[in-house]
Design a protein around this ligand. Structure first.
Ligand code: HPA
Ligand code: ZN
Length: 326
């Protein structure tokens, strides 16, 4: 449709994207072959058949084991480069991309290997696609705060390649305050801060309150349960906090797109953005997410433009670079 073509062509920033969540089955096979790794599945269809998610936990149970095909810096480069090419084809002119170093260092791949490979793709995207990209280091919240702090220390020599830090993985029993000290140190080091507040978690609204009032984040990933507390919505608006929503991902991990919540926050004047989260697993890149939300919620071109403008306003681009886009 015309609106779909418009959504894909609209220049936009993507702010909620897990690089490890862009591992398409075809690339998984290629990397497994290159690294001499045997996989349980032999066809793309067999791999896709394992993508039977009912919640965040069942997704994560497929997401982490797949990463073992990522071994050398070249593998991390190839993963990020494949994503950046697809993103550029869907209108992305700037991407702030999460990576999960502990999912690799925890199985013996050095931090330097991971970030060197990803960084090479970032530089290549600027050179060959003319788009900018940044890396956001995510800590895995189901591991200890001490391990997160050690990972932050390991990252400090690469500070120039990392724009911010985030928090992902299983939120249950792993509240934001568990990482208060790590995030305070990251802030003191000059990193921007964001944290996942996943959809419909036990204690979602308390976690959202904590990330705003205690952690002092610059953005919230997902976070749409904030609709439950109008006073927090007002506070988020006053602070200009960005919300990185992921409609297609929501449909997988909760069986609902949460479009009412997304649109209500957008119309309340919050800096709501639309993103793809883990596109290889959920089957939609960022333009597809704009289209899915537009179709489901009956949005028009003006709403999509507002979402795209929000994506630059909620980005961590410098003011002068931001001015190139809006
Ligand atoms: N939530 C939590 N952890 C994740 C996600 C997510 O959406 N994607 C990859 N790791
Ligand atoms: Zn996410």
């Amino acid at each position: 449709t015309d609106l779909a073509a418009f959504a894909h062509g609209l220049p936009k920033a993507e702010l909620h994207l897990h690089l490890e969540g862009t591992l398409e089955p075809e690339l998984k096979f290629a990397l497994a072959a290159r690294n001499g790794i045997e996989l349980d599945e032999t066809t793309v269809e067999e791999v896709r058949a394992t993508y039977d998610f009912t919640d965040l936990t069942s997704f994560l149970a497929v997401y982490y084991p797949a990463m073992r095909v990522l071994q050398a810096a070249e593998d991390f480069h190839d993963l990020a480069w494949a994503y950046l090419q697809k993103a550029a084809a869907q209108g992305v002119v700037h991407a702030e991309m999460f990576f999960d170093p502990q999912a690799h260092t925890g199985r013996g791949v050095p931090f330097d290997t991971v970030i060197t490979g990803y960084r090479r793709a970032v530089v290549r995207a600027q050179d060959e696609l003319g788009i900018s990209a940044e890396l956001i280091l995510c800590f895995l919240r189901d591991f200890s705060a001490e391990y997160a702090m050690a990972t932050l220390m390991e990252a400090l020599p690469y500070k120039a390649w990392i724009v911010g830090v985030g928090l992902d993985s299983d939120e249950r029993d792993n509240p934001p305050t568990k990482f208060a000290e790590v995030f305070a140190r990251a802030k003191a080091e000059g990193f921007f801060l964001t944290m996942h507040c996943d959809i419909d978690q036990v204690g979602s609204i308390d976690n959202i309150r904590a990330v705003i009032e205690q952690i002092g984040v610059d953005r919230i990933d997902h976070g749409t349960n904030i609709v439950e507390d109008p006073s927090l919505v007002a506070l988020a608006k006053e602070r200009g906090l960005g919300f990185t929503t992921c409609p297609v991902s929501n449909s997988f991990v909760t069986a609902q797109m949460k479009s009412d919540e997304i649109v209500s926050l957008l119309n309340a004047g919050l800096k709501v953005t639309v993103n793809s989260d883990d596109p290889a697993y959920f089957g939609g890149y960022v333009g597809d997410n704009y289209v899915a939300l537009a179709e489901h919620a009956g949005l028009g071109a003006a709403d999509l433009v507002r979402l795209a403008i929000n994506s630059f306003e909620a980005s961590w681009l410098t003011a002068s670079r931001r001015a190139d886009f809006i």
